[in-house]
Design a protein around this ligand. Structure first.
Ligand code: PLP
Length: 356
């Protein structure tokens, strides 16, 4: 990234001069590395964006506009624990009355009453189901989602933000038609992201939501973020190469954390404890006294209450609410996320200081 930020090296990758061509080559290498990380069938399926929020909005809004323009009768549905980048996008689309002529949007379908259209229903179903939950770490079985909810030809739209770089992701095996994720979740720079578009389905002819130059097939116009995209590509390469070691390292740290916190705070509840979960995530609900003690003893501890995005808007966790957790439980819920630079002894020291 530093190299491509130097004034003598930086060039607009769209420029046809020598420096521009070198920059374009670096972008195309990053596109290949990102495609390989998620097992896309071609690097042409990768659209570079500024983050998952933009990618997911671009995909969903572009798709809905295309389906509206082509008068395809469609049902677009999402689950209540989707990140606002999907959930709020669906809510906003639902308010756009002009779409309602042929598109029905259900932003909050329930897990207990999953949607499946009858075989002879002419509507296309676009189902939004994230791969891994950002607050609880729960991993959804997307193959099962397809088997249970989707007919041949229906679409699976998946927010891959928490999964990429943390668990193996093969968009082909999972049969995902569209997905989005951010670079900073797996070691890349913040402000970079990817929209994945399966070419088998979309042929990149979605409708743009911003208009400008011809970049990214005119679908995401604007000068490309050269150093950022190079960083994203390198992070993708490293994430692919080191996935196993990353997983086993953070899992051991999490196991140490969870074993010890059960000893120190027997009333602790770990969300999705016995479910398929991301190896680095532990969302815990503490009894109020233990939560107060932790805050007093460790004012500098970097844990979050719900997602960073929810904290930014001051809203309490819609994810925990959807799991039926009480308001008091939600106010004492903390998400611990572990990284490769954390150590077992650091985690034990932290717990002993907070609760010992
Ligand atoms: N989706 C999920 C599951 C996330 O966890 C996040 C960010 O935390 C996003 C989408 C949005 O990502 P960004 O803020 O990079 O746009």
């Amino acid at each position: 990234m530093l190299e491509w930020s130097k004034p003598e090296r930086w060039a607009n990758p769209s420029a046809k001069h020598h420096s521009g061509k070198l920059a374009a080559k670096a972008i195309e290498q990053a596109r290949i590395d990102v495609a390989q990380l998620i097992d896309a069938s071609s690097e042409e399926e990768i659209v570079f964006c500024s983050g998952a929020t933009e990618a997911l909005n671009l995909g969903l809004q572009g798709l809905v506009r295309l389906l509206h323009a082509s008068e395809t009768s469609t049902l677009v549905a999402g689950f209540p624990d989707e990140h606002p980048a999907v959930g709020q996008c669906l809510v906003a689309l639902k308010k756009q009355a002009y779409l309602q002529t042929n598109i029905e949007i259900q932003p909050q379908i329930s897990d207990s009453n999953p949607i499946k259209l009858p075989e002879n229903d002419p509507r296309l179903l676009v189902l939004c189901r994230m791969y891994a939950q950002n607050e609880t770490g729960k991993i959804y079985d997307l193959l099962e989602v397809r088997r249970k909810n989707l007919r041949n030809g229906d679409w699976l739209f998946s927010d891959l933000s928490q999964a990429v770089g943390k668990i193996p992701v093969s968009v082909q095996q999972l049969d995902i038609q569209m997905g989005g994720f951010s670079g900073h979740k797996f070691g890349g720079p913040a402000g970079t992201g990817v929209l994945y578009l399966s070419r088998k389905k979309t042929r990149l002819n979605l409708q743009p939501i911003t208009f400008g130059g011809g970049q990214e097939h005119e679908f995401r116009p604007g000068s490309l973020n050269l150093p950022g995209i190079v960083g994203l590509g390198v992070a993708a390469k490293i994430a692919k190469r080191e996935l196993n070691i990353w997983q086993s390292t953070v899992l051991k740290i999490r196991e140490t954390f969870e074993t010890r916190i059960h000893e120190l705070v027997p009333e602790v509840k770990i969300i999705s404890e016995n479910e398929q979960r991301l190896p680095n995530t532990s969302m815990i609900i503490l009894p109020p006294e233990a939560a107060d003690k932790m805050k007093q003893k460790l004012p500098g501890l970097c844990v979050t209450q719900g997602s960073a995005c929810a904290s930014a808007s001051g809203k309490s966790s819609h994810v925990l609410a959807a799991l039926g957790i009480t308001k008091q439980g939600i106010s004492n819920a903390y998400r611990f996320s572990f990284g490769r630079t954390n150590t077992q002894s650091e985690v034990l020291e932290c717990l002993n200081m907070a609760f010992g």
